[in-house]
Structures are given as C-alpha cells and as structure tokens.
Write a protein that binds this ligand. Structure first.
Ligand SMILES: C[S@@+](CC[C@H](N)C(=O)[O-])C[C@H]1O[C@@H](n2cnc3c(N)ncnc32)[C@H](O)[C@@H]1O
Length: 176
C-alpha cells in the first residue's frame, strides 16, 4: 500500500514539475490566498445582470465568495485540471448561480462575459490577450498579481498588508 501511495506521489510531483517547466501556457493550481479575496470584494462591483468568469477557477474559492455576495449575478468557473475541478464542483453544488465547466479556457467561448477574474501566469496572460480582445465587449478584467505586457491597465489596487506576497495586487483592465 505504501509503495502505491509513494508511486502516485512521485508521479504527481514529477508531472506537475514537468508541466510547470516545459509546458508553455500552463498555470499550475496555486489557490489565491484567502486573505486576498476580501481585497477583490472591496473593489469589484457586480450588477444583477453581470456574467462573471474565473478563467482557471481552481477550487472556485473566488467565485464562491462573489456568488454569496451577489446572488443574482451569474458566475462561471472554467477549470482544466481534474483535481481542482472536482473541488470546485463539490463546493458549489448548492450554489444555483455558479456553473463550473471542465474546459480549456483557450478553447471556451466567453463572449457573454462582462467581468473576468484571473490568477494565472504572465506568459498565460499574454497568450490569452488576443482571445480576450476578440471576444470581450464592454467587459472588465481583474487580474491578481500578473499584468499583460502589452495592454495598459486602467487601475491597480495594492493590498499593503500583503506587499511582496502572493495575491497582493489586482490589475484592472477594460475591454471595449
Ligand atoms: C494559479 S491557479 C488559480 C486558481 C483560482 N483562480 C484561484 O485564484 O484560487 C490557476 C488555475 O488555472 C488552471 N488552468 C491553467 N490553464 C488552464 C486552461 N488553459 N484552461 C483551464 N484552466 C486552466 C489551473 O489548473 C489552475 O487551477
């Protein structure tokens, strides 16, 4: 039994490292620190008719907080990896305004989005930009920690208590 567990563990760690080092456009499952979520809640305003996407929603912790505060808006989480997808699905099963999809966000149409949340990697943000420019109209994007290198942000919010730690900045972008 111990050998089986150890084999799975070694395989899991090696696979994650391989993806991280060699797979372009991959952001691993690193959940946003819980202390950063109130920072987003403080600065985001969601209307009843908004459609909010978290691209790479992980365990859906951001969506759960937003969906509780704004029960009339619609929330969609897109997650490719099976483990965080299952966590997201299970933890939102009773939330009627949250939909979790196991999809690759590069291939999933998001033209109905009015608000996008991301916590990805710089290279992923840049690869995603052409798709966002094509599909988004009159939408706002809130990116934790990582800006686009070729698009000017509208605002940046810095959480002073977490400066230099993960989840300390939110870059806000507008797509016309
Ligand atoms: C840094 S984690 C952030 C998770 C969550 N948004 C949060 O803030 O807690 C990035 C997530 O994006 C997912 N992801 C990366 N590339 C993806 C893709 N192309 N399509 C869907 N999900 C993706 C990863 O599996 C991972 O769970």
């Amino acid at each position: 039994m111990e050998y089986v567990t150890l084999t799975f563990l070694i395989f899991g760690v090696t696979y994650s490292l391989w993806r991280l080092l060699f797979k372009k456009n991959h952001a691993p499952f690193i959940p946003i620190p819980k202390q950063s979520i109130p920072h987003l809640l403080e600065h985001i305003n969601i209307a009843d008719n908004d459609v909010v996407y978290d691209l790479g929603c992980g365990d859906a912790r951001i969506l759960r907080s937003l969906a509780k505060k704004y029960p009339k808006a619609k929330f969609v989480g897109i997650e490719k990896a099976i483990f965080p997808f299952l966590l997201a699905k299970m933890s939102t099963v009773r939330m009627k305004n949250v939909l979790i999809k196991r999809k690759n966000f590069f291939k999933y149409p998001i033209s109905d989005a009015t608000i996008i949340i991301t916590y990805l990697f710089p290279s992923v943000m840049d690869t995603l930009l052409p798709k966002l420019k094509n599909e988004l109209h009159n939408a706002k994007l809130f990116s934790f920690d990582f800006p686009f290198s070729e698009k000017e942000h509208e605002t940046i919010y810095v959480l002073k208590e977490r400066e230099k730690k993960l989840g300390s900045k939110i870059f806000v972008y507008r797509f016309e």
